[in-house]
Every structure is written in C-alpha cells, then in structure tokens.
Design a protein around this ligand. Structure first.
Ligand SMILES: Nc1ncnc2c1ncn2[C@@H]1O[C@H](COP(=O)(O)OP(=O)(O)OP(=O)(O)O)[C@@H](O)[C@H]1O
Ligand SMILES: [Mg+2]
Length: 577
C-alpha cells in the first residue's frame, strides 16, 4: 500500500525530501537556544557582565531568526508536498474511475467514489503532512534534547528519563481507549455523507412529500451519534493534559531539588539548570506529540486503504488483443446469450437469448417492468459483458471491437438519461465534438427538439443546469435523442426515451427516423404499444426470456402477453391509443 501511495508523490518528491531537512535545521537551532540561554544567565546575568549579555543576546536573536526561517520553509515545502500528493491521488482515482465499466461502478456506488475522492484523500493528505513534518520533528527533538541535557548533567537527565516509561504507559492507555471511538466516528461520517447526499439530491421529492421533519430527524440522529462519540473520545484524550502536568511538575521538582543541591555544592550553575529544564519540556512535549501523530496516522490508514482500493480497481471491460476498428453495418445477433449482474448470482437476468436483427431494421422491445429490457440492450454497446454466449454487431463479437469504435457506432439513449451543465450546443457536441451547426440543427429537427429550442431566447446557447433541471422531462428526452443522433450511429437504441414525450411528437420522431436514417438499426424500448406498433420486428420479453418475436399483426395473433398489453392499453382509454 505504501509503495502504491508513494508512487503518487511524483513530482513532489523534492519537496517531500526537503521538508525533513528544513525541520532538522530548525531543531538544531531550537536545541542550541537553551544552551545560549544558559550561557547568557551564567556569564551575563549572574556575572553582571553587560557585554556578555549583549553578545549572547545577539546570538540568541540570530538563532531564533534562523529557527523561524527554517520553520517557515519547512511548513511551506510540507504544504506543497502534501497538497501536491493529494492532487495526484485525486487525479489517479478520477482517471481510473473514467475507465470503469458499469459493473465497476455498481460495486462502489456514486457516494462511495465521492467520499474517496474527497474525505479519504484529505485524511491521507493530512497524515502525509504529519509524517514528513511532525513524525520527523518529534523523534529528532527527543534525541537532540536528551543528548544536550545529558551533556549538561547526566544525573538530572536521568530524573526525567525515568518519567518516559510512566508517560508511555499513560499515553498508551489513553490511545487504546480513544482509538476505537475514532474509528467508529469515521464510519459514521460515511453515514452522515450518505444522509446529506440523498437529501440534497432528492430535495424536491422530500418537499413534495413533506418529509422535511423526517429527514431532519434522520440527520439529527447521525449527527448526534458523531457528537456523542467525539465528546467521549475527547474526554479520554483530555487526560493527556493532567498526565503531562504531573510529568512536568514532577520533573521540575526533581530537577530543582537535585539542581539546587548541585548549585549549592558548586558543581552546577543556574543557567545550566534553566537550560536543562527547557530540554526536559522539549522531551516531554515531543513524546506527547508523537503519541498523537501515531493515532492520526493509524486513523488515516483506513482512508489510505480505501484510496488504494479504488486506484487498484481494474476495469473489467477492456479492449481485447488486436481490436477491430471498423463496424461494418448495424446488424445485431445474440447467440445463446445469458447475463447476470453479479458473477455468482443464482438467478440469471437474461436466459439463452437468440436473436437476429438485420441492419437498418426497426425493432421494438416490449415487456413488463423488470423483464430485463434494459439489461438486453446494454449488452450491445458492451456496457456489460454477457455471462455466457455471445453478442455480435456487424458480424463480429462485440468483445473483439475497439471499445471506442463500438460505442461510437452504437448510440444509446439511457433510460436514466442526463444532460450536463453547459449550453445546449455543448451538450449536443458530446455526440460528436466536431459537429457543425447544420448537423446539430438537423439532429434536433429529427428528434423534434428544434421547435422548443427556437422558443428559448438564447436558442442553442441556452444554458442547461446540472442534470438538466431547467428543461422539462420530455424536452430533456428529446435533447438526449438529438445528442445520440449527432453521432450518426449505425445502431440507435432508445431505452424508454420517449416516455415523457406526447404521442403526436413521438410519432413525428419515429417518422423522422424512418425517412432520414433508414440505414441505421433502430431499437426502441417502450411501454406504449403505439411506439413499437409499426416496427419491422417486435420482441416481447418476459422475466429475462424471449416470449415472442414478430410484427404487430403476428404477435396479436400468436402472443398472449402482447395481445393482453395491447388490449389493456386500448381498454384503459389510454390517451395514447
Ligand atoms: N445495476 C444492477 N445491478 C443489479 N441488478 C440489476 C441492476 N439493474 C437491474 N437489475 C435487476 O435486473 C432485472 C432486470 O432489470 P432491467 O433494468 O433490465 O429491467 P427493465 O425491463 O429495463 O425494467 P423497466 O421497464 O423498469 O426499465 C431486475 O430484476 C433488476 O432488479
Ligand atoms: Mg429499463
């Protein structure tokens, strides 16, 4: 894991290495200062020599200045290194997520990916900063201070070294109590993120069902848990204070008592005593900080693991060897194709599908909700791979194509369609980034989107909000169809893409398809019989199996499910019929 993460330090290696160097220099200065201080007291104050006070005062000032300078430089390079490291981590995650197939995304969920990109990366960034700054600083400080104190007086140094095991045990006990709580808090953070995300995304639904109070309660519950856990953890951590105080005062008293005896005996000076007490403080402080850093690093280990997991995730749909870069035509063939979303599922979502669809034909797909209509067509642009059997496009197995080539030839308007923030033009250019104005207008005419676009004051430059929230459902569907048409695909798949469009417009769209893109294979999934009635071939799906294939008339005569659906839509006085 460490190897993988350190690879992401990349171009910030220089800053990462230079930080400990600056810190070492800073510590050298900080260690010299008590020494100079001792001299200033002994040779200046006690001896009453003004010139010595000036001399050592000046040295003190220079040392302090250097210490400050090194400290600032260390902070600067640590900040650059850790922020750069975080940037690289985010880039790695983001790039890898772009290669994910639908099934990779199913595994992580959108929320999980976002938490990893934000909170987890920030945790790792902070831990990294701690490692290159504090984790270097404290041990060095500890060693230098002990050496310096020892060189002044070994006996007094032994007094506060005796405190080290006491502190060690105390900190260990405190951390053992607090650590599990911190771990729990981080897990609850995930929950809090989920509650907030779900609420903000679905705020309109929350409002229309007047569920604000319920949502507030849910939020309050999670946030209360975090509050309680945090207070509990902080209460335990708060013992650090008294423990430190005990250690410090014991050291002070011990050192003063021993020191006083030595001073009276003439084997030690006042300055030396002051110096040694300062070193004692530095030793104890370093110990305390070290214990805290240790906890922080362990806490962020969980985040580091989550980050590594997503960087390591391999996309499970990739190009094969010697991929094919041309799709000959829009013919489709399913051969004994079976499919399931998870590798070890007992129940198959699609069972032994066999189909022959000639290029340029119009195919309707009908079936109840959950009958695997979407699952069937997703196999054509290889959004998922078949579990068994094969799917061919233009006479070649979809797995043998270059994925970009295949997906450029197969345009699919997803059931959960989406527009992105940007102008209408920018959204349309997703289909083809070099599309000309005429091509865009033409695609919009075919998708019957032109009439409403022309009514917008800024026409094709109208700004679409995130998710397309400022256009109606039917308008969004038509823009999505236009975006797919701009690709000039060999196969066009509409997954329930005209469900929010009125019947007359739906009819116009189908007429445009028939007249203007006769060579494109069109697959239309619909709930309304009227949307597929004129298709060359209608597929009736039932619980993942093909129940019937034929034209409207053939199915009316032979297929019960189709006939019943048709009759119920007529009888129900559905406005479509
Ligand atoms: N991403 C997924 N992960 C796991 N199971 C899924 C996933 N998507 C769909 N399913 C399951 O697969 C089955 C078929 O779903 P599918 O979306 O293909 O149905 P559909 O015919 O398109 O339905 P609808 O008319 O509601 O769109 C359902 O039982 C569904 O629960
Ligand atoms: Mg569907």
């Amino acid at each position: 894991m460490i190897k993988k993460l350190s690879r992401c330090i990349g171009e910030y290696k220089k800053d990462s290495i230079i930080t400990p160097i600056w810190i070492t220099l800073e510590i050298v200065m900080e260690v010299i200062i008590p020494m100079v201080m001792a001299k200033l007291i002994d040779l200046g104050v006690d001896a009453g020599s003004m010139s010595a006070i000036w001399k050592y005062g000046l040295i003190l000032l220079v040392c302090a200045g250097f210490s400050l300078f090194f400290g600032v430089m260390a902070a600067r390079s640590a900040a650059v290194a850790s922020a750069g490291f975080a940037k690289n981590l985010r880039r790695e995650i983001f790039h890898n997520v772009q290669t994910f197939s639908f099934s990779n995304i199913d595994k992580y969920s959108t929320g999980g990916i976002i938490t990893r990109l934000t909170t987890d990366v920030t945790n790792v960034q902070n831990a990294f900063m701690m490692i290159i700054r504090v984790a270097v600083r404290s041990p060095l400080m500890l060693i230098f201070s002990i050496i310096m104190a020892w060189s002044i007086n070994a006996r007094i140094t032994m007094v506060f070294l005796a405190m080290v095991p006491f502190l060690g045990v105390a900190f260990f006990l405190i951390m053992r109590g607090a650590f599990p709580i911190f771990e729990r808090i981080f897990k609850t953070y995930d929950k809090l993120n989920n509650v907030v995300r779900e609420n903000v995304r679905g705020i309109r639904v929350v409002k229309s069902y007047v569920r604000e109070d319920h949502e507030s309660e849910k939020f309050k519950g999670v946030s209360q848990t975090i509050f309680k856990d945090f207070s509990k953890a902080e209460k335990i951590i708060a013992f650090n204070g008294p423990v430190m105080q005990i250690a410090i005062y014991t050291c002070m008293i011990g050192a003063s008592w021993l020191g006083a005896k030595l001073i009276v005996g003439g084997s030690m000076t006042t300055g030396e005593l002051v110096g040694i007490i300062t070193y004692a403080m530095q030793i104890l402080m370093s110990l305390m900080i070290l214990s805290l850093v240790f906890v922080m690093i362990i806490i962020s280990k969980a985040s580091a693991e989550r980050v590594c997991e997503i960087i390591d995730e391999k996309a499970d749909i990739t190009n094969g060897k010697d991929p094919v870069f041309e799709v000959k035509d829009g013919s489709i063939c399913f051969k004994n194709a079976s499919f399931s979303y998870s590798k070890n599922a007992e129940k198959l979502c699609l069972k032994m599908v066999n189909l022959e669809i000639p290029s340029g034909s119009t195919v309707g797909v009908i079936g109840g909700t959950g009958s695997s209509k979407t699952s069937l067509v997703q196999l054509i642009p290889r959004l998922y791979d078949v579990t068994e059997g094969e799917v061919m496009v233009g006479g070649i197995n979809v797995k043998d194509y270059d994925i970009t080539t295949l997906r450029d030839s197969v345009a699919m308007v997803l059931q959960k369609n989406l527009l992105f923030s940007g102008t209408i033009k920018e959204n349309l250019r997703w289909g083809n980034k070099d599309a000309t104005e005429e091509q865009m207008v033409r695609a919009c005419q075919q998708a019957q989107a032109e009439e409403f676009i022309e009514k917008f004051p800024e026409k094709y430059d109208t700004y679409i909000e995130q998710g397309g929230s400022n256009v109606s459902g039917g308008q969004r569907q038509r823009l999505c169809i236009a975006r797919a048409l701009i690709k000039q695909p060999k196969i066009l798949i509409l997954d329930d893409s005209t469900s929010a469009v009125d019947t007359a417009t739906d009819c116009k769209i189908r007429a445009a398809f028939k007249n203007e893109i006769p060579d494109t294979t069109k697959i239309i999934i619909a709930q309304r019989i009227s949307s597929v009635q004129e298709a060359d071939m209608i597929i009736v799906l039932d619980d993942g199996e093909i129940n019937g294939v034929g034209t409207h008339d053939e199915l009316m005569a032979s297929n019960q499910i189709y006939r019943e659906a048709c009759l119920s839509q007529q009888k129900g006085g559905d406005f479509d019929e």
